[in-house]
Write a protein that binds this ligand. Sequence first.
Ligand code: FAD
Length: 370
Amino acid sequence: MSTQQIVIVGAGILGLTTAQTISEKLNELGFKHEITIIAQYGPHNLEMNDSLTTYNEYVSPWAGAHFRPFPITTKEQKEEMKMTRQTLKYFKYLSENYKECSIKFIKGVEFIENPNEYYQDYAKYGYSEGLENFEKLETKPGILGFQYDTWVLNPTLYLQYIYFKLLLEFKIKFISKKLNSLSEINSIIQGNPIIINCSGNGLKYNGGVDPDSFPIRGQTLLLNPGPNYKSDKTVTIQLKDGSWVFTIPRPYNGGVILGGTKQINDTSLEVRDEDTKYLEKLGSIYFPELQKINAETNKPYFDIIRINVALRPGRKGGLNNSIEKFNDNKQFVINNYGAGGMGYELSYGSSLKTFENLLSILKIDNKSKL
Ligand SMILES: Cc1cc2nc3c(=O)[nH]c(=O)nc-3n(C[C@H](O)[C@H](O)[C@H](O)COP(=O)(O)OP(=O)(O)OC[C@H]3O[C@@H](n4cnc5c(N)ncnc54)[C@H](O)[C@@H]3O)c2cc1C
């Protein structure tokens, strides 16, 4: 049996998780393969990690990151919901067995000021499906409140954790390179590789990106919280006007995220003062315990460690998990991009789907192992 070449484009959370799942499962099957990750940015690019500068096509280190369910209203969302629940179970396993991955389970608390019919009828729309210790909370009239077990993680630590596993345990090769098209891979890796496209915004075979992709800008504040803050839960408040304010305590003293903005088709990677002021204003109303007191003026203030700005890879129709054929149908591309604001939440589930797609191309029937 010859060695199957597999090239994964992208070293964000989707590319790294996919590499790990595929590697583990092909090894279990004894299937001879070699995986190469080609990515312009990622944890293999240490210079970039040191500076923590933001980049147009690399969002993973700047995520929250936590899991927050929502009611399902479309077929695509149902698929993604399944993936989030597969990831939830997998993260539970990681948190119990590999503390160094930074994943921690805590309470997730949500308040919805103006709940629509889907939140009102939450069980019917899959919101509570697969959640442990789910409870409806007593709140003020007109406001819905829920709590459930959720996970939080430190994105930089988790990315590094997978990266070193891939490098040392699975012997995966990394190449730092900006590609202008997926077809360019054939001049780098010989042997008609199967290409797995985890490029976030969907780099195309012949250049350009998926026209259905669009950026969703997010700005959050990473805070060193005041002494009265308790880091035992995430809290999300959906305000009457449809906007959000949320807090995510980062495990192992990684600070607290106060977020966040969701600005569709906004491509600015600059920190915006008006966004910072907006977040500070909401924070002072809903989470005053996050503030410290200035010893000289006796006034409360937010001790900001860092301001995060990044572009979530949105896509009309959601995550793309399709299989495409090129080069007279001889070359396969398996897509796994367009995760929007859910890349971590669905990371493991979407890697299982990608593995299933890979098996169908390799004509291996392995349903029982999935
Ligand atoms: C403020 C904020 C908060 C968030 N909070 C959460 C949260 O709480 N939970 C959650 O699940 N998600 C959250 N997200 C979303 C999450 O960050 C993304 O869904 C996820 O990181 C997307 O991962 P990805 O691997 O698809 O893309 P990316 O991390 O962007 O990685 C893309 C990879 O492809 C490479 N690439 C792209 N084009 C090329 C090319 N032409 N040549 C070579 N390489 C290329 C890049 O270099 C990179 O390695 C948040 C995002 C933001 C901005």
